[in-house]
Design a protein around this ligand. Structure first.
Ligand SMILES: *Cc1c(COP(=O)(O)O)cnc(C)c1O
Length: 418
């Protein structure tokens, strides 16, 4: 197949049903941004919302805003907006804390739930290449509980299905691998794990807002995800967690803070968790962060996630096609599956000089990122990335390689964040 040319890509953009969404983002001039899988672009409606919350709600109404502006319900309202994107009911998702902290909460809850049914079920099965924070959280929790109650078992991605046995409490997976961009078949993996008596915990960091997810359709048990990647909630935005309604009464939150209490303003000394999803909150919600995320999610209100997936596949497919000649000529290796079904919304390329090449590319105005040891990552966010962007990104990379710009010594200096 010959790679598409620029007029063909412009034509695709003309016919793109999501094209108008781009105007809802404040894209900086002079850059092509292919890192929305790491930090989403600022939605145009966010600054005014944050300004209002700061100046009017905080500045003028002060403490009264908890009631007057519904601050107290904001975690649930934001959760409900996210629920629509991940196939959950509105009262099964809450926005709170970071993904790492939420993982601790739902992983503890899952271990508790599994052990109550069968005390032999104490193993957390996870992929050895999972995002480190997921593994670190599981390690910390396993250490806290001790061997008799928890054990982390790491397996290769290919071994996941077979690793679930009658000692498994929970299968903890990230649906899209942050390094390779490979996507798990969430319904199929969930079904297999549950057939073997295990619970499932999905990290949707690279799924929510990137393509449709149907947690209820799959019968998934628990999930967590990130507010600042495809959901565009801003740096360090609150994350979210999902607990299937059938578990609300039997999967308690061990980070039992007052905001998860059934009646926080009765100030009783004995903890009694709220009955619904609110029990998975811990402390006072971050209103500034939640407000930015809430406004960012308004962008998704009229969006058909099926169209998002279609465009995402089109963008990644074309990027892969356009990259093929460069792979051959300049030594890039495609790491992401070419098969649509097995691909998330990013494409990763391995190259021994990946870090330097990415720095040179960023200097040339195309922003992706680098993940050790040798991966260049390119995220494709259908709401604000066009097919023409993909074309220019590849042309720029071609120039960087042909002119050997990456060899400039300044591109070898490692930044704290890659
Ligand atoms: C980005 C990401 C996280 C982020 O966790 P934080 O607590 O927000 O830092 C967690 N898991 C995965 C798989 C991620 O990609």
């Amino acid at each position: 197949m010959t790679p598409p040319d620029l007029p063909t890509l412009r034509d695709l953009d003309t016919r793109d049903p999501l094209a108008s969404k781009r105007a809802e983002f404040l894209l900086p001039g002079g850059v092509i941004y292919l890192d929305g899988n790491s930090l989403g672009v600022l939605p145009a409606r966010v600054p005014a919302r944050v300004e209002k919350v700061v100046r009017e709600e905080w500045g003028v109404d002060l403490i009264r805003s908890w009631n007057k502006h519904g601050w107290i319900d904001l975690p649930a309202r934001v959760g409900a907006r996210i629920a629509r994107l991940i196939g959950a009911d509105a009262d099964e998702v809450v926005a709170a804390d970071s993904t790492s902290v939420n993982l601790f909460k739902v992983l503890s809850a899952a271990l508790h739930l599994a052990a109550r049914k069968d005390s032999r079920r104490r193993v957390i099965v996870a992929e050895e290449d999972n995002f480190p924070t997921d593994l670190y959280i599981a390690q910390g929790l396993a250490e806290l509980l001790g061997e008799a109650r928890a054990e982390l078992r790491l397996v290769s991605p290919a071994g996941v299905a077979d690793a679930v046995d009658d000692e498994t409490a929970v299968l903890m997976l990230t649906q899209v691998d942050y390094r390779t961009g490979e996507r798990h078949d969430l319904p199929a993996v969930t079904r297999r794990a549950q057939e073997r008596g295990a619970l499932t915990l999905w990290d949707l960091a690279h799924s929510a807002g990137a393509f449709p997810v149907d947690l209820n359709g799959a019968g998934a048990d628990f999930a967590v995800g990130c507010g600042y990647k495809y959901l565009n909630g801003g740096p360090g935005a609150p994350a979210f967690l999902y607990v299937a309604r059938r578990h609300h009464a039997s999967a308690p939150n061990v980070l039992s803070g007052w905001m998860g209490h059934a009646s926080p303003f009765e100030f009783t000394s004995r903890y009694a968790g709220a009955s619904g999803i609110r029990q998975y909150q811990t402390g006072t919600p971050s209103i500034l962060g939640l407000s930015a995320l809430d406004a960012a999610l308004e962008v998704f209100e009229d969006v058909d996630m099926g169209q998002v997936r279609e465009k995402s596949l089109s963008l990644t497919r074309i990027f892969i096609e356009l990259m093929r000649p460069l792979c051959a000529r300049h030594g890039f290796r495609l790491v992401t599956p070419g098969d649509d079904e097995r691909r998330g919304s990013q494409v990763s390329l391995a190259h021994p000089h990946g870090y330097e090449i990415m720095q040179a590319l960023i200097t040339a105005g195309v922003i992706g990122d680098f993940r050790a040891p040798d991966i260049l990552r390119f995220g494709f966010t259908p709401l604000y990335t066009s097919h023409e962007d993909v074309w220019h990104a590849v042309q720029t990379l071609e120039t960087v390689m042909r002119e050997g710009r990456w060899q400039d010594a300044r591109h070898a200096e490692r930044n704290a964040v890659t």
